[in-house]
Ligand binder design. Structure first.
Ligand code: ADP
Ligand code: MG
Length: 357
């Protein structure tokens, strides 16, 4: 009997991989934004039409690509971020699988323009269902821009299962905000159907949180800060009285990467114990910095679950530092460092010399 096994052609393999990496328009937005961050962009503009069903455009002013790389980046397992197996254990980039662009190009129509600082002209590539349709010189600024149209044009099952524009756009906004909250030093804009929804200018973390969440949130944040050999912890929790009935505003980042963790969430819920109304959830923006070799981000293709070597230790640091911060705030709820506190002290008291305890 003859042999039956064949290797899948690339465009089919890419389409299968795409099923894992690209679930919906928001996945494209996430992958393209993360690539822009990895390319050291300082400004990233996201332009969406019809919740990404007709257009997803991401423009960055990052490093750009050489003309050869501009073509190679769409091949599967093509990455500039991992060279040897050891690199997988000390990742400092968002991407490393080299799957995103191959996947996106397999199931949509993509136009990409890219130029490095040192090049005089840029390269424009058009690719549809993994096939290159055009490659030519063009004139665009330094950096890279992607236009993704007709997403899932050749995967009707996926296209038909997309939710309403409102729901799909909500997912896009979530991904956008996660990346923006992880990188306060980068300028981001988000436009949907010609309306500018975000224009986040660079600044400190507190400013970025307030710019994303709304001006009112400024007075509601309680800072968290703790440093040990194993983890550097920073960020904010929302004062308990502003907690919500939904889990919306719960953000963990490790080394500037958003992740989800039921385990760490439990530590925070515990720190809030006794301070929340029944069925209310704490809101938080928690940033961990740990040695990249002590975490494994290679758990899932969409990478929101992360394994921590020292998770029990981090749990207890989270619990104790948040408890402390909330305690401090509860004892002195008006002690707000942004305010001129001396105005709160009656004039008569202000002139007296304080008595030593
Ligand atoms: P990964 O991010 O896992 O490496 P991708 O498929 O997302 O895989 O990207 C493949 C490669 O294309 C990247 O490793 C990078 O070298 C290059 N690349 C992708 N997007 C950009 C960008 N916006 N600017 C510069 N280079 C990029
Ligand atoms: Mg990537």
């Amino acid at each position: 009997m003859s042999n039956l096994i064949q290797l899948l052609p690339d465009h089919i393999a890419n389409q299968i991989a795409a099923g894992e990496v690209i679930q919906r328009p928001a996945s494209v937005v996430k992958e393209l934004m993360e690539n822009a961050i990895d390319a050291q962009a300082m400004k990233i503009d996201v332009n969406i039409k019809e919740a990404g069903k007709s257009l997803i455009q991401v423009v960055d002013n990052g490093a750009g690509m050489s003309p050869d790389d501009a073509e190679l980046c769409f091949a599967r397992h093509a990455t500039s971020k991992v060279r040897k197996a050891d690199d997988l254990f000390a990742l400092s980039t968002k991407g490393f699988r080299g799957e995103a662009l191959a996947s996106i190009a397999a199931i949509s129509h993509v136009q990409m323009n890219t130029k490095r600082q040192s090049d005089a002209t840029s390269i424009c590539i058009e690719i549809e269902g993994s096939k290159i349709k055009l490659k030519e010189e063009s004139v665009t600024p330094t950096g890279t821009s992607f236009q993704v149209k007709n997403l899932f044009y050749n995967v009707p099952a996926r296209r038909n299962f997309l939710k309403s524009n409102q729901v799909e756009f909500r997912h896009i906004q979530d991904e956008f905000e996660r990346v923006a909250l992880a990188h306060p030093e980068v300028h981001f804009t988000l436009i949907h159907n010609d309306n500018e929804l975000h224009n986040l200018t660079p600044g400190v973390l507190r400013k970025r949180i307030v710019d994303v969440m709304g001006r009112k949130s400024n007075d509601r944040l309680v800072p968290i800060e703790e440093t040990s050999d194993i983890v550097k912890l920073s960020g904010y929790v929302l004062k308990p009285e502003f907690s919500r009935k939904t889990r919306g505003e719960q953000y963990f980042f490790v080394n500037n990467r958003f992740f989800k963790s039921g385990f760490f969430n439990h530590a925070i819920a515990k720190a809030f114990e006794g301070l929340l109304k029944d069925r209310y959830f704490p809101s938080y923006f928690i940033y961990l910095e740990v040695d990249a070799s002590k975490i494994d981000v290679n758990v899932h293709p969409t990478k929101t679950e992360i394994k921590f070597e020292e998770e029990k230790y981090i749990y207890s640091i989270l619990l104790s530092s948040i408890r402390q911060a909330l305690g401090r705030y509860n004892i002195a709820p008006t002690l707000d460092f942004d305010r001129e506190t001396s105005f709160d002290v009656p004039a008569s008291v202000r002139t007296q010399t304080p008595i030593e305890p």
